[in-house]
Design a protein. Structure first.
Length: 102
């Protein structure tokens, strides 16, 4: 297992971990406009460094997602990402983005 810390900001923390043929991008905090660009950069780095891996985004520690955050998650989903979510708000956002598939 490889662990890389990519981003720690006052309202958002993101890191990715490699598990065999899968990379999990773990996100904690509030995914709002101020941090979307940073998370997108983290995502692009993971995609570049692990082009043949399945990508998963762990949103279980995210407390809020605004429209810009939703837009980024939609883009990630179109790129093949799957999501893990908890909490009613975050689960509903993921449901709307994925059409019910995680």
């Amino acid at each position: 297992m490889v662990f890389r810390m990519l981003l720690i900001l006052c309202m958002l923390k993101a890191q990715f971990r490699e598990f065999g043929d899968r990379v999990v991008l773990q996100v904690c905090g509030r995914l709002t406009e101020a941090w979307v660009g940073e998370l997108e950069q983290c995502w692009q780095t993971a995609m570049t460094n692990y082009p043949n891996h399945r990508m998963s985004v762990d949103l279980r520690d995210v407390t809020f997602i605004d429209r810009k955050g939703e837009s980024l998650l939609r883009s990630m989903h179109r790129s093949g990402a799957s999501f893990q979510a908890s909490g009613l708000l975050i689960q509903e956002v993921v449901h709307q983005i994925t059409g019910g598939s995680k």
